[in-house]
Design a protein around this ligand. Structure first.
Ligand code: AMP
Ligand code: MN
Ligand code: MN
Ligand code: MN
Length: 278
């Protein structure tokens, strides 16, 4: 029996990933991942292509999404795993998020223009194509036009919170995001819990709300989590009786720190989220 190697968090060019769904699946195959979730930001548009490639490559594709939401006015990312991509309620939710993203993108472009950087709107529309417009699209535009020295620099100087082109955005409510995932038969999972920089008491308040609304899982293993963070997340998971997930959050082959197929195994003292997949 071959070992099952999971990666339940990744992106394609339907959001801010660099690869097409087909290229992503091929790369997963090359790197030994045999159960892959494509979880683009706020869209299911890449899943049909990913499914075709996965069938071809004998990879088990978990249909997924990463929803941008907020709770207590703070932004969070919630993964929906094993969703029905044709569910009407989920699709209506992604349409709401697409509008929010479009309006935000226009405002980001206007702010850049005020900072003497014209042309962003046209550029990100062209680079995003039919996919979601994300801040990395703006970062790429800034880098390609030599306004910044790196993608990180683009966030530090223009796009990050409190910077000149930052647009504070009202995403959808956490409760709605979880509701849509559940309507689509999926499992709601907190993405990269350590990236929100919450104090332990805020984390507990957030997880209590997440659980109350029907959330079931939390990402325990990510590409960049250290052993101490893993231990802390496991403690939270146990306290709130959440299932553990693992995902690289792969976006691009250019980031040497985040690659498919390199995740540590899920610790054995936590129940794996895939027990909930039919
Ligand atoms: P958005 O959802 O449009 O606000 O874009 C968020 C995405 O930007 C995340 O999913 C990351 O892929 C990327 N991102 C956020 N912060 C940074 C950063 N400091 N450097 C590089 N990429 C980032
Ligand atoms: Mn992203
Ligand atoms: Mn995220
Ligand atoms: Mn992600």
């Amino acid at each position: 029996m071959t070992e099952i190697k999971y990666d339940l968090h990744s992106h394609s060019h339907y959001s801010d990933g660099e690869l097409s769904p087909t290229q992503l699946v091929l790369r997963a195959k090359e790197h030994g991942v045999n159960t892959l979730a494509l979880t683009d930001h706020d869209t299911v548009a890449g899943l049909a292509e990913a499914q075709l490639a996965a069938t071809e490559q004998d990879i088990n594709l978990i249909t997924g999404i990463e929803l941008s939401c907020e709770w207590s006015k703070k932004p969070f990312h919630i993964l929906g795993l094993n969703i029905d991509p044709n569910n009407a309620e989920l699709l209506a939710g992604t349409q709401r998020l697409q509008v929010i993203r479009l309006e935000r993108a226009k405002k980001i472009a206007a702010k850049l223009e005020k900072n003497k950087i014209p042309g962003a709107w046209e550029a990100v529309q062209a680079s995003a194509g039919t996919g979601m417009i994300t801040r990395p699209h703006f970062a790429n535009f800034l880098l390609e036009n030599n306004h910044v020295s790196s993608i990180q620099n683009a966030f530090d100087r223009y796009l990050g919170q409190g910077k000149p082109a930052f647009v504070s955005t009202q995403w959808v409510e956490l409760e709605n995001a979880i509701q849509w995932i559940q309507a689509a038969g999926g499992v709601a999972v907190v993405a990269h819990p350590m990236r929100y920089r919450l104090t332990a008491s805020w984390m507990r308040r957030f997880l209590a709300a997440f659980k109350e609304y029907g959330g079931e899982g939390i990402e325990v293993i990510t590409a960049r989590s250290n052993p101490d963070e893993v231990r802390r997340v496991i403690q939270f998971a146990k306290q709130f009786e959440l299932y553990g997930s693992m995902g690289s959050d792969f976006h691009t082959p250019k980031n040497q720190w985040v690659e498919l197929g390199r995740l540590a195994p899920l610790p054995e003292n936590i129940r794996p989220v895939w027990e909930l997949f039919d």
